[in-house]
Design a protein around this ligand. Structure first.
Ligand SMILES: NC(=O)c1ccc[n+]([C@@H]2O[C@H](COP(=O)([O-])OP(=O)(O)OC[C@H]3O[C@@H](n4cnc5c(N)ncnc54)[C@H](OP(=O)(O)O)[C@@H]3O)[C@@H](O)[C@H]2O)c1
Length: 315
């Protein structure tokens, strides 16, 4: 699919992933800026049907990339299970239904690995996506985001609606949220270490045992993967966007400490949540279906993230 003259709604387009996707749509895909609509939550609260109806009246879209979310880091998600459940469910349901009613040609839903069954073998493979329930403590978000994949399949089957569901690994990189209440693991680690350096602290606390591992996908790769899926993939099954880069929290903190020249001790607080012990994904389906492979090495991506942080603190 050539995107050049397409009109595209990017919900959550002012967020971390959204800003990078829009940049690539404009710079690489030559989409005109005026052909991209970013419905901000203040003007279009997508949890409300009337707002979603208005959005489609105001902007005649060919494509929807649905990124709007109230999910954030693990602490925030565990403290707001009800909000997360309802926000995810309402925004996804209304957006896809109104997209269908307004003759949208392609709908890209972006999911989360939390939607996978807790019992699925690691690395996570798409064939196991339906085979059990998400981890209990994260199920309010896990199930609500999985429902979007159910809706996509049902709409494809009954209406021939072209909705796809893409599941990125944990995304990191320049532009991530630096709100301490909401930040993901990498910016949170960078901020804790920076605070320790500034205050001359010789120890910092981090959550969990440090043995949990996660896979991280660099933001520019994530944006490129979602655009590649939008252009090429028209299947009913979810597809992982994976980097193949899995690291334990201890190793991650050590790497960031080295990059920031922090020599203090990291104390692991096992009373704080750390989620599943391992989470990483198999990326072969994305390679086969839309030729996606992550290009950015983890050390390179982490370095550019720390450099971005240091350039932006205090701004
Ligand atoms: N970041 C990751 O590590 C990661 C990993 C896997 C999957 N994903 C998925 O990728 C997508 C984007 O994530 P992100 O990290 O870019 O999120 P983000 O930076 O937190 O951005 C979320 C955006 O959602 C919008 N939003 C929230 N509530 C809204 C509402 N009621 N109405 C309209 N818009 C609303 C916000 O818009 P305003 O600014 O206008 O309020 C915000 O810009 C999500 O589906 C997420 O689950 C992210």
């Amino acid at each position: 699919m050539n995107l050049k003259n397409k009109k595209i709604i990017v919900t959550g387009g002012a967020g971390f992933l959204g800003r990078h996707i829009i940049q690539q749509l404009i710079e690489k895909e030559k989409v005109l800026e005026e052909n991209i609509s970013v419905p901000r939550s203040k003007t279009y609260d997508l949890r409300k049907l009337k707002s979603v109806e208005k959005l489609f009246r105001d902007f005649n879209a060919d494509i929807v990339i649905h990124l709007a979310t109230t999910a954030a880091g693990i602490g925030h998600n565990k403290e707001h299970p009800a909000e997360l459940y309802l926000d995810t469910l309402l925004m996804g349901t209304y957006m896809m239904e109104q997209a269908r009613l307004n003759n949208v040609k392609k709908f890209v839903a972006v999911g989360s690995a939390i939607a996978y069954p807790a019992s699925a073998p690691i690395p996570l493979e798409e064939k196991d996506f339906w085979d059990g329930l998400p981890e209990k403590t994260l199920a309010p978000f896990g199930l609500a985001t999985r429902i979007l994949a159910v809706q996509a399949q049902a709409y494809r089957q009954q209406y021939g609606f072209n909705a796809i569901y893409i599941i990125p690994a944990n995304i990191y990189g320049p532009g991530d949220s630096l709100d301490p209440e909401k930040s993901h693991v990498i910016p949170s680690a960078i901020m804790r270490i920076d605070t320790a350096i500034r205050n001359g602290m010789d120890r910092i606390e981090a959550w969990g045992s440090g043995n949990a591992s996660r896979e991280f996908l660099y933001i520019k790769d994530a944006a490129r993967g979602i655009i590649a899926a939008l252009k090429t993939y028209n299947g009913s099954e979810p597809v992982n966007l994976s980097s193949g880069m899995e690291i334990t929290m201890k190793d991650l903190y050590n790497k960031i400490s080295r990059l920031m020249d922090y020599r203090g001790i990291i104390i692991w607080n096992v009373a704080k949540p750390e989620g599943q012990l391992r989470r990483c994904m198999n990326g072969s389906k994305a390679r086969e279906e839309f030729d996606f492979q992550a290009k950015t090495g983890f050390d390179e991506g982490l370095k550019s993230t720390v450099e971005w942080y240091l350039r932006n603190i205090g701004k």
